[in-house]
Design a protein around this ligand. Sequence first.
Ligand code: G1P
Length: 300
Amino acid sequence: MADFDPVTKAVVPAAGLGTRFLPATKATPKEMLPIVDKPAIQYVVEEAASAGLLDVLMVTGKNKRSIEDHFDRAYELEDVLEAKGDEHRLSQVREPASLATLHYVRQGEPKGLGHAVLCAKQHVGDHPFACLLGDDLIDRRDPLLQRMIEVRGAYGGSVIALMEVPREQVSLYGVATIEATGEDDVVKVVDLVEKPPVEEAPSNWAIIGRYVLDPEVFAVLEETPPGRGGEIQLTDALRTLAGRDADKGGPVHGVLFRGRRYDTGDKLDYLRTVVKFAADRPDLAPDFLPWLREFLDEIG
Ligand code: G1P
């Protein structure tokens, strides 16, 4: 039965134009912006790999070649580091190519997240798959994706990740209407709305960028008209699936996430994330944190 089909593939949409980060993203994909010393997208691929998803499809667009280079071998650089005997840097350079098998498909036209996911149809086939959005980083100590895969195994259908956000922020997210199940961290999703005005939001439970999707989502996306912002929205397709029975690709469950999530979507979020990651790094924190305290005192 399809419900017990294991999840082995991950889809990472990385075709956005990165307009919130211009001019840095004029020639560099936003996914390649470093969080301390690693591009954001590497954390995402590491997360997929540590959830056992070793087949990763990136949905890319124009200007994204550096992503492919990053996850490829770099023989020239490796030769130089090898000759110097710099084992540490050598392993850092080799690591991205060893994390997972990367595949690429281009989105062609920027028609929204739902359309980006639809571009994965041929590669994914008739199997459930995970989808990870690069703007959200999940702390490696909080294994959200593993839990979502478990929930898919138990309930079938699709699984989204939900996080409680302050009321004034709901219009930045897809928002869910939920019902309790017998499990503390699992809810049934009965309705969804993409980026509602604050006064129309059905709850404070926001969709964050991790999904485990039933392959039926492709057929639904093909029929989903453009929604919020004139784009084909994944949230709208999930709304359709939430109303369906198991034999038609439903239901949709939510895993309530109470762990550490880092948003890198805009400049302010990005700055916060870099500071938090640096503060957690044993090689940097001992120098960085005293400096940070001093700096904050200085500027009052
Ligand atoms: C996308 C989804 C939205 C979700 C969000 C999470 O929006 O459309 O439902 O809440 O990711 O980060 P975006 O942030 O790409 O506009």
